[in-house]
Ligand binder design. Structure first.
Ligand SMILES: NC(=O)C1=CN([C@@H]2O[C@H](COP(=O)(O)OP(=O)(O)OC[C@H]3O[C@@H](n4cnc5c(N)ncnc54)[C@H](O)[C@@H]3O)[C@@H](O)[C@H]2O)C=CC1
Ligand SMILES: O=C(O)[C@@H]1CCC=N1
Length: 280
């Protein structure tokens, strides 16, 4: 019953994205693809007109007026860059009321900072999404702030679940989530491009090479999620004794493949922590 009534409510709610860039567009398109929000219930704001055509093209409203967009909406996604957020919070704070559920997707900006810049008792949720939510294969985590009610969390969980995997977490984990899942699509895109380069080097046409690389990562990911088997067991199943794969794995290990990926997640996580320190 809870889920049905929450979904019914959401379809009547109005959403504003303050900041109309890549993350906002990915989420807006994902929500529309999922059918959880009506296009004309979404407004996005930005100082320039760069994303106006794209957003209006999918039926959303676009404006340069942050305060007006906030004042006229129920759920506000703060989707500007972290360094822009303090100024935006100062600008919109006078129009934020009990009506509003404020949702920040900004990497590294702590809940305490957000709550301090908004009126007392503002309902604030911190989310770390990723861009694959545009195809409803996102991976996101949300952390409720001090004044968030159970129904607020349910609404956000329902919205984010429509974009892919989502779970509630605590703020101590969010930098690590950022390093792994928020930034992670960029590692995967780089891996796909590099694998495709390998195919091209060995004579495959570029288009086929990219398709094979992307589908191979997609298939491997689905096997991990759907079989429940450990990734290393699945890896062993591909490595025939004395076969081709174990020669490739040896190359990857010699080049520090795992260390590099661990370093990548750590690097992004530490950067998120550094942004958080600056916000204090
Ligand atoms: N791109 C990604 O994969 C992810 C981004 N995020 C977070 O999402 C937020 C936005 O990132 P992106 O979309 O990548 O950046 P972006 O640069 O594509 O978008 C930022 C948007 O904010 C607008 N903007 C700038 N100043 C503004 C102001 N004063 N008022 C209203 N809008 C303003 C820009 O015109 C632009 O539309 C960041 O805080 C980032 O940490 C979180 C997870 C993943
Ligand atoms: O690179 C960034 O800072 C943002 C946050 C996570 C993914 N993109």
């Amino acid at each position: 019953m809870g889920e049905i009534s929450v979904k019914k409510d959401i379809s009547e709610m109005s959403l504003a994205f303050v900041g109309a860039g890549k993350m906002a567009q990915a989420m807006a398109k994902g929500f529309l693809a999922a059918g959880v929000v009506k296009a004309d219930h979404i407004t996005a704001t930005a100082p320039s007109c760069r994303s106006q055509d794209t957003l209006e093209g999918i039926g959303c409203q676009f404006t340069h007026n942050n305060k007006e967009a906030v004042a006229n909406s129920d759920i506000i996604f703060l989707s500007v860059k972290p360094h822009v957020l303090p100024g935006v919070l100062q600008e919109i704070a006078p129009v934020v009321t009990k009506r509003h559920l404020m949702v920040s997707v900004a990497a590294g900006v702590p809940l305490q900072f957000l709550e301090e810049k908004l009126p007392p008792k503002s309902r604030v949720i911190r989310v770390m999404p990723n861009t694959p939510c545009v195809v409803r294969q996102g991976a996101s985590v949300y952390v409720p702030g001090s004044h968030v009610e159970k129904e607020d969390s349910e609404i956000i969980k329902s919205l984010l679940s429509s974009l892919g995997y989502c779970s509630e977490s605590n703020e101590g984990m969010i930098s690590a989530v950022t390093g792994l899942a928020g930034s992670g699509p960029a590692y995967a895109f780089t891996a796909i491009d590099a694998l495709a380069d390998g195919g091209v080097k060995m004579g495959l046409p570029r288009e086929l090479s990219i398709k094979l690389a992307a589908q191979t990562l997609l298939g491997a990911s689905k096997m991990v999620l759907e079989t429940g088997k450990h990734p290393m067991q699945l890896k062993d199943d591909v490595c025939s004794p004395g076969g081709t794969t174990i020669y490739a794995i040896h190359k990857l290990e010699s080049g520090g493949f795992r260390n590099l990926l661990i370093d990548a997640v750590e690097g992004a996580c530490l950067r998120a922590d550094a942004i958080a320190k600056k916000a204090k």
